[in-house]
Ligand binder design. Structure first.
Ligand SMILES: Cc1cc2nc3c(=O)[nH]c(=O)nc-3n(C[C@H](O)[C@H](O)[C@H](O)COP(=O)(O)OP(=O)(O)OC[C@H]3O[C@@H](n4cnc5c(N)ncnc54)[C@H](O)[C@@H]3O)c2cc1C
Length: 404
């Protein structure tokens, strides 16, 4: 995607029908999250564009969803890695430790969900309601611990974002909300335009907790047959992925511009990009060295699939001039570029020699806490509201005061 093409989409988007239709899988949603999450499309710029053409009534529903994103970012900023643990209360009624195989293999038997998972593997995108259906099926019907499912979904999302993803999974599992979220077949049919009946979700809400397991935790006989389970066979599997191997393969296959000290100018500052900051307008037009940092430590904690990594690199390389890719830690990058720069001033007899270090710029983000150099702020829709709020609605109440 070229930045100019995306900007055209922003300029022509009409948010008036967003609020009324956004819950339907064919509703007027934007699919901009892969660009917003990658720090490529600035939420401030989006809202300014909408506000310049439409009245508050037209854009407020869209703004509220953008505020959800920002809310999750603030929780992550305040809670750090605790977003990977049950945040408010422990997940209850857990029977499986890992990712249910019928979900991973898109053969749950719920057509709308299976089709969305097949498509998801292809294009890395899921509608919000599909994400909610998959995660409720995983955590509240299959009764699997939420984290492996969240890691699996994260890995395949072009818009992967630890805050939005892990906290939404926790919201569905009831560990970051007051109750678990469930949906039955009627609800799924309504929002996905399907008409399926006679599934294990085709039941009243009070039966959903026992939709696939009986009260002693055994899989129901018809589902044993449907999922070709035999006695003692596992219904779930750990989720594992080695992103750094994927990166190395992609670099050798695509001839991406890898880090080359010979092509750098040490007398110029360095701008450090990562998968959360691919902002094409950042220090645009300035003479700087531009490095996309791919840290193995980060991807060991938050692995992503091959098409996702390819998306990140392509987006960066095709929109940020002379971007070079460095695979290694920030520390290792710093050691390679942090050479003395000798500056000579004055005439021959009175030459003053100054020894400088190159300037390193990066943007504030939970993934850049260990970077060293000049930290610059991200753009926030609500910069004033920066603490931890236990619920979105408390946060949104504060936001509303700053809405114009
Ligand atoms: C289980 C689960 C996992 C999720 N994982 C992610 C994730 O990894 N990354 C991610 O960006 N979003 C995630 N979301 C939130 C939401 O589903 C996506 O942001 C949205 O579907 C993106 O599609 P869109 O750009 O068409 O959204 P639109 O409806 O067009 O919304 C515009 C923008 O607003 C923001 N937004 C909208 N809804 C939400 C929401 N509920 N929470 C946070 N931000 C929102 C996004 O930046 C989005 O691009 C998750 C939601 C659930 C339920």
């Amino acid at each position: 995607m070229k930045y100019a093409v995306l900007l055209d989409q922003v300029k022509t988007y009409n948010p008036s029908t967003y609020h009324a239709t956004r819950n339907y899988t064919n509703g007027d949603v934007t699919a901009w999250s892969p660009y917003i999450s990658r720090g490529f499309l600035n939420p401030l710029l989006v809202m300014e564009a909408l506000k310049s053409k439409y009245n508050k009534q037209a854009w407020i529903g869209f703004m509220q969803q953008m505020a959800w994103r920002e809310y999750f970012q603030r929780v992550w900023q305040n809670k750090g890695d605790f977003i990977l643990e049950d945040l408010k209360s422990n997940q209850t009624d857990v029977l499986l430790k890992n990712l249910p195989i019928p979900i991973k293999e898109s053969r749950t038997g719920i057509d709308a969900i299976d089709v969305s998972i097949i498509q998801f593997y292809k294009d890395g995108y899921l509608h919000n309601h599909q994400r909610m259906y998959i995660s409720m099926l995983h955590s509240n019907i299959f009764k699997a611990a939420w984290l492996p499912g969240a890691q699996w979904m994260y890995a395949h999302l072009l818009d992967h974002d630890p805050a939005a993803n892990f906290l939404s999974w926790q919201w569905v599992a009831g560990t970051f909300s007051s109750k678990k979220y469930v949906a039955n077949q009627d609800n799924i049919n309504k929002y996905t335009n399907t008409k399926q009946t006679k599934t294990f979700l085709d039941t009243e809400y009070e039966n959903l907790p026992n939709a696939i397991f009986d009260s002693s935790g055994h899989l129901k006989p018809n589902l044993i047959a449907a999922w070709k389970q035999s006695e003692g066979q596992f219904l779930d599997q750990p989720f594992e992925l080695d992103t750094i191997q994927i990166v190395k393969k992609l670099i050798s296959k695509n001839e991406y511009p890898i880090f080359d000290l010979g092509r750098l100018d040490n007398t110029l500052p360095f701008c450090i990009y990562n998968s959360f900051n691919l902002d094409p307008l950042w220090h645009a037009g300035e003479k700087v060295n531009r490095i996309l940092l791919v840290e193995p430590g980060h991807y060991a904690k938050f692995p992503v699939a091959e098409n996702v990594m390819q998306f990140i690199i392509d987006l960066g390389v095709s929109n940020i001039p002379d971007l070079q890719i460095f695979v290694g830690s920030f520390e290792a990058l710093k050691n390679s570029i942090d050479k003395d720069v000798i500056e000579k001033m004055g005439s021959n007899e009175n030459t003053i020699i100054k020894i400088n270090k190159p300037l390193i710029y990066f943007k504030e983000h939970p993934t850049t806490i260990h970077y060293r150099g000049i930290q610059e702020e991200r753009d926030w829709l609500f910069p004033e509201i920066d603490g931890y709020y236990p619920s979105f609605f408390g946060y949104w109440k504060k936001c509303e005061r700053f809405l114009k």
